[in-house]
Ligand binder design. Structure first.
Ligand code: ZN
Length: 171
C-alpha cells in the first residue's frame, strides 16, 4: 500500500499488475480527488503513458489507445510515440536467444546463450534493470554467460568495447 492523504481514498499499489496489454510500471503522481495516476507500458505498441488507476481497475482501458486506433474507432489523432528502451532491449534479447530467424541468433541462441527464467517476464527484467539509460545497451559482463541479473549491466558502446578487448576472441 502507498498511503494517500486522508481526504483521498487509500491508494492501492498496482505496480507490476497487468490489465489487458497494459503493464503498470509504477506510480506517476497523485491527483487530489481523483486518486493515483500510474506510469504504464503498453505491450501492444511499446509506448509508456500515464493513466488513472480507476480506468485500469474498471477494465475500461486495455491498451494505451493504440488498439482502438488500429480498429478505426478513434478520431485518428495518434499519440506521440515514446518507446521504452528497456522493453525494446528485452524483446531484442529474447529474439537473439530464442528466434532462429533472428539475424543475430547464431551469436546468441545458436551458441547456447540463454535468458534466465526470471526474465521471461518483462516486469521482472524491468524490476532488475530499470529503464535503459540514454546511449546505453545491455551488456553481458561475461560474454559467454547468459542474460541474467548478475551478468548484465547497462553500458555505453565505449564501455562495451573496453570489455571486449579484455576478452578478445573469447566470443
Ligand atoms: Zn499501445
Amino acid at each position: 500500500m502507498i498511503s494517500g492523504n486522508k481526504t483521498n481514498h487509500p491508494i492501492i499499489d498496482i505496480t507490476g499488475q497487468t490489465f489487458g496489454n497494459i503493464i503498470v510500471l509504477g506510480i506517476d503522481y497523485i491527483k487530489y480527488g481523483r486518486g493515483a495516476f500510474w506510469t504504464c507500458l503498453c505491450k501492444a505498441c511499446g509506448n509508456t503513458f500515464s493513466i488513472m488507476g480507476h480506468s485500469l481497475r474498471s477494465g475500461h482501458s486495455r491498451s494505451c489507445g493504440c488498439l482502438k486506433i488500429k480498429h478505426g474507432q478513434s478520431s485518428g489523432a495518434h499519440h506521440r510515440k515514446s518507446e521504452t528502451g528497456s522493453y525494446i532491449t528485452w524483446r531484442a534479447m529474447r529474439s537473439r536467444c530464442y528466434n532462429p530467424k533472428s539475424r543475430n541468433y547464431k551469436w546468441y541462441g545458436g551458441r547456447g546463450i540463454a535468458v534466465c527464467e526470471r526474465w521471461t517476464d518483462f516486469k521482472l527484467f524491468f524490476a532488475d534493470m530499470g529503464e535503459r539509460p540514454r546511449g546505453c545497451t545491455l551488456d553481458r559482463i561475461n560474454r559467454n554467460g547468459n542474460y541474467e541479473p548478475s551478468n548484465c549491466r547497462w553500458a555505453t558502446w565505449r564501455e562495451q568495447a573496453a570489455n571486449r578487448t579484455h576478452s578478445l576472441r573469447s566470443d
